[in-house]
Design a binder for this molecule. Structure first.
Ligand code: 6YU
Length: 500
């Protein structure tokens, strides 16, 4: 058996989880670590781009819960990548439960600007219900299969008297539709009807008010990779198939077949490709096929789209202190989070915009958010068509018929062939067992074959921080530690020369 230093390690994918795996193994003395990356860049869903003179994040945006428990925060602090306000003890101590307390502006489809107090009842009830959704995981027994069904049923009950079928009640229900679309973006689902109610409580937050990387998220990737020896990553090297061994041959190793036909032999392969990619390619990616329980979990777990549309204006049409703009459609009082006619009305799924701050740096730039099938459709349109749709939308909601954005830039995560969506979510019928099945190495525990041939990392394999950068990073370290433990126990079990 090789020692850790000799073991040939192949990591598939150079996103943050692959980078974290390699970083820990290289630091621990593994000399033969190689990353095979399909694209020409590192970072995967961490992707900083240019928008005019600004840098913007096309993928991950925030460090969610930046405090001691969050390794991305600790690394970013260590590397000097954060602004002073993100480092304050007050910032780290804030408990926002995954929902930053942003200052809103609210506009409606008839061109009215509302005061936040006008929609306060629905926003408060929505938050209350979201909190309640997380409780069923521990309590056990879910009254409804999905978050969407639970929310609708509860709203009807709780608001029956408060929100009569008058104008005011209708406005609250319309605002509810907007909040549901916000939550589709946060969770990365098409509809809250797809989001499992019981499993919703699996996702955990850490303390701290979400912060950004002033010079771009990719700075973290560059810093981590600067610790690698030269030549660790092979770019433009997509993997076609992983030939592992399910028999009890003692010399079993894994062969990684690349799309260009090259074969790379390895003692261990760590697969970090996104769940979206796995869903599409698991049959061709593994030979022999994956065990059935793993396949079922790949199918059951959710992977959805959340895209951004950056829009720049000459001057702001929102308040100075505004951090988020909500758009409320006055014909959506049925608590709806999906549109019927996607080609004709996809833009209705865009819940609104976050405001890029500080203004001195960004000028007047908004980031629109759109999830689900409508988002997948938006990706098929030209940039010009997207710009036109956003222009019409803003004109309608501001009541200003001549307002014209300067430019637009959108992400296209669903059609990215190496990602196939944005991030994972726990769909209806999912449980912790699915996340555990996904992270289980091959061959499965019960097999007699050589252990730890194929290991699995990536955001979708984290039991409570799935869908985040810190979750992804931790899974990379977890799989590196699994190999470290394997080699340290193998060597402590072997007699050393001095003992013979
Ligand atoms: C976060 C945030 N954030 C917005 C948007 C997106 C994501 N996330 P990677 O995909 O990075 O790497 C895999 C590599 O594999 C890749 O390079 C491929 O090219 C390669 N590959 C694929 N196939 C291959 C093959 N065959 N051969 C070789 N290579 C191959 N996370 O912390 N803060 O603000 C956001 C956001 C638009 C798209 C995000 C955010 C998610 C992270 O970006 C993501 O998890 C990690 O980067 C993934 O790293 P990885 O290494 O696993 O894969 C209840 C409940 C609620 C739960 N949700 C709460 C919300 C939390 C998520 N919030 C997201 C919000 C935004 C805005």
């Amino acid at each position: 058996m090789p020692t850790g230093a000799d073991a040939r390690i192949v990591i598939v994918g150079c996103g943050i989880s692959g980078i974290a795996t390699a970083q820990r193994l290289v630091k621990s003395g593994f000399n033969h670590v190689r990353i095979l990356e399909a694209t020409g860049r590192s970072g995967g869903r961490i992707k900083t781009g240019k928008f005019g003179d600004n840098i913007v994040e096309l993928g991950a945006n925030w460090i969610h819960g930046p405090s001691e428990e969050n390794p991305v925060f600790c690394l970013a602090r260590q590397y000097g990548l954060l602004s002073p306000d993100a480092l304050t003890p007050e910032n780290q101590a804030m408990d926002i439960g995954g929902h930053p307390p942003w200052i809103p502006n609210v506009f409606t489809s008839s061109g009215r600007k509302l005061s936040p107090e006008d929609v306060y009842p629905s926003v408060e009830m929505f938050k209350e219900l979201l909190d309640e959704c997380t409780e069923f995981q521990e309590k056990g027994g879910e009254p409804w299969p999905s978050v969407g069904q639970f929310i609708r049923a509860e709203v009807l009950q709780r608001s029956a008297e408060k929100w009569e079928a008058d104008k005011a009640g209708s406005l609250q229900r319309c605002m509810f539709s907007t909040m549901m679309k916000v939550e589709c973006c946060v969770s990365g689902t098409h509809s809250l009807d797809d989001l499992g109610l019981g499993a919703n409580g699996l996702y955990k937050t850490t303390l701290g008010l979400d912060c950004t990387f002033p010079r771009g998220y990719e700075g973290l990737v560059r810093k981590l990779m600067s610790e690698f020896p030269a030549g660790v990553v092979s770019y433009n090297t997509p993997v076609r198939r992983i030939h592992w061994n399910n028999s009890d041959k003692s010399d079993a190793h894994v062969n990684v077949e690349c799309v260009d036909g090259k074969m790379v032999a390895a003692d261990h392969v760590i697969v970090t490709v996104p769940l979206g990619y796995l869903k599409k390619h698991y049959t061709s990616l593994f030979h022999p096929p994956l065990p059935l329980h793993k396949i079922h979990s790949i199918q059951r777990l959710g992977f959805g789209t959340n895209n951004k549309i950056f829009v720049e204006f000459d001057s702001p049409w929102w308040d100075d202190d505004c951090e988020v703009i909500y758009l409320v459609w006055e014909d959506e009082d049925g608590m709806v989070d999906q549109v019927q006619d996607v080609p004709g009305s996809w833009i209705k799924k865009l819940f609104g915009f976050t405001v890029l701050k500080p203004t001195e740096r960004f000028g007047h730039v908004l980031c629109g958010w759109i999830a689900g099938h409508e988002s997948n459709y938006m990706e098929t349109l030209s940039e010009q068509e997207v710009l036109h749709a956003v222009t019409q939308l803003v004109r309608r909601f501001t009541g200003n018929p001549i307002i014209t954005p300067r430019r637009v830039l959108r992400s296209q995560w669903f059609h990215d062939p190496w990602t196939c969506g944005s991030y994972s979510y726990t769909s209806r019928g999912c449980s912790l067992q699915d996340l555990e099945n996904l992270m289980e190495p091959l061959p499965s525990k019960r097999s007699l074959a050589q252990p730890l041939q194929v290991l699995f990392a990536g955001e979708a394999t984290h039991p409570c921080y799935f869908s985040t950068v810190h979750g992804a990073l931790l899974t990379g370290w977890r799989e590196a530690d699994r190999l470290l433990a394997h080699y340290s126990s193998a060597h402590s079990a072997q007699p050393t020369k001095s003992k013979l």
